[in-house]
Design a protein around this ligand. Structure first.
Ligand SMILES: NC(=O)c1ccc[n+]([C@@H]2O[C@H](COP(=O)([O-])OP(=O)(O)OC[C@H]3O[C@@H](n4cnc5c(N)ncnc54)[C@H](OP(=O)(O)O)[C@@H]3O)[C@@H](O)[C@H]2O)c1
Length: 291
C-alpha cells in the first residue's frame, strides 16, 4: 500500500519541487497543503492531491493530516512560524502521523541571533519532544537568495549585502530538495538533526566573482552596514519583522556564524553538494538571461 505523505508550504521554493518529485515515486501518495489551488496547478498535474487551507484554520489542518504517515513540515519565515508549526504538529500527533521531516534553519536555537533562528529552535525542540519519528534538516543560506540581488546585478553589476567579509557555506535549494526527498523515502536518518550545506565556505567577493563569470560581466560585492540592510528591506515593503531578521542575520554572518560546511548533503543523497559555479551556470545565469 502506498505511504501517504503531506507537504506543507508546497508552493514555496523547496515544497514546489519536492511535492512533484515525491509524487513520482510509485510507493508514495502525496498530498500538498496549499493556500491557493490555482498556484498549485502544476502540482496537481504531477499527481499531487491538493488540500486547501491555512495554518490559521485548524479545521483545514485536521483535514490535511488525516490518514498521513509522513509529514514534511515547511513554514514560511514570519513572526508566527513557531505557532503555525505547533498547530500542524499537534494535529499530526492527534491524527496518528508517524514521522515528521522538518525544514528548519541554520543553527536553530531558542537563544539564537535572529527571531527566525529562535522560532526554529523552539519548533525543533517541540518535534524532538513529540514522540514522533523525525528528521530535522537545518539548511544553510540558500544560493537562490541571490535572486533578491538580480535587479542590481543586471543593472549596475553590484550585489549589496550586509555580510561584511564573513564566509558562509551556502547551499543550492536543489540539494535541499534532494536531501528532503531522501529523508522522506529512507528510514536511515530517523531521529537525526542534519545540516545540509554547500561544498565551500566562501565570502561575498567570491560569490560576486562566480556570478560575474557566469553572467559575463563585472559583478562586485558592495558591503553595506546591517542597519542599511534593515532599512532597505522595510523600504521594499517586506515589513519590520523581516527587516530586523535580515539585520540580525547580516551581523551574525559578518562574524562568521555560517563559516562552515558539512558532508550532510552527500550523506543524505549519495551525491556531493552543488557548487556556487554550478548554481550560477545551471540556475542563476539562465534565469537572468531570460529576464
Ligand atoms: N532562505 C534561506 O536562506 C533559508 C535558509 C535556511 C532555512 N530557511 C527556512 O526555509 C523555510 C522556507 O522554505 P521555502 O523557502 O521553501 O518556503 P517559501 O518559498 O518561503 O514558501 C513558504 C510556503 O508557505 C506557505 N504559507 C505561507 N503562509 C502560510 C499560511 N499562513 N498557511 C499555509 N501556508 C502558508 C506559502 O504559500 P503561498 O505560496 O500561498 O504564499 C508557501 O507555500 C523557512 O522556514 C526558512 O526559515 C530558509
Amino acid at each position: 500500500m502506498a505511504r501517504n505523505v503531506l507537504v506543507t508550504g508546497a508552493t514555496g521554493n523547496i515544497g514546489s519541487q519536492l511535492a512533484g518529485r515525491l509524487a513520482g515515486q510509485s510507493d508514495l501518495s502525496v498530498r500538498a497543503f496549499v493556500r491557493d489551488a490555482d498556484k498549485a496547478a502544476a502540482l496537481k498535474d504531477a499527481g499531487v492531491e491538493l488540500s486547501v487551507g491555512t495554518f490559521e484554520d485548524g479545521g483545514s489542518i485536521s483535514s490535511a493530516v488525516d490518514g498521513i504517515d509522513t509529514l514534511v513540515l515547511i513554514t514560511a519565515p514570519n513572526p508566527n512560524a513557531a505557532e503555525q508549526a505547533g498547530a500542524v504538529l499537534s494535529a499530526a500527533k492527534q491524527a496518528g502521523v508517524r514521522k515528521v521531516v522538518r525544514i528548519s534553519a541554520l543553527n536553530a536555537d531558542p537563544n539564537g541571533p535572529t527571531d527566525n533562528t529562535r522560532q526554529h529552535g523552539r519548533t525543533d525542540a517541540a518535534i524532538q519532544e513529540s514522540g514522533l519519528d523525525y528528521v530535522i534538516l537545518r539548511p544553510h543560506f540558500f544560493m537562490q537568495n541571490l535572486f533578491m540581488a538580480a535587479p542590481t546585478i543586471g543593472g549596475e553589476g553590484n550585489i549589496y549585502m550586509g555580510m561584511g567579509e564573513g564566509k558562509l557555506g551556502l547551499i543550492d535549494v536543489r540539494d535541499i530538495v534532494d536531501a528532503t526527498e531522501a529523508a522522506v523515502v529512507s528510514e536511515d536518518f530517523n531521529n537525526q538533526v542534519l545540516t545540509p550545506t554547500g561544498p565551500d565556505s566562501i565570502d561575498f567577493n567570491q560569490i560576486a566573482a562566480s556570478v560575474g563569470r557566469g553572467v559575463g560581466k563585472d559583478v562586485n560585492y558592495v558591503a553595506v552596514p546591517p542597519e542599511a540592510v534593515e532599512a532597505s528591506i522595510i523600504e521594499m515593503g517586506m515589513g519590520e519583522w523581516f527587516g530586523e531578521v535580515f539585520k540580525h542575520y547580516s551581523e551574525a554572518y559578518s562574524n562568521n556564524w555560517g563559516d562552515f560546511t558539512t558532508g550532510d548533503v552527500e550523506k543524505l543523497t549519495g551525491h556531493p553538494a552543488r557548487s556556487i559555479d554550478q548554481f550560477v551556470d545551471e540556475v542563476f545565469a539562465p534565469a537572468l538571461s531570460q529576464g
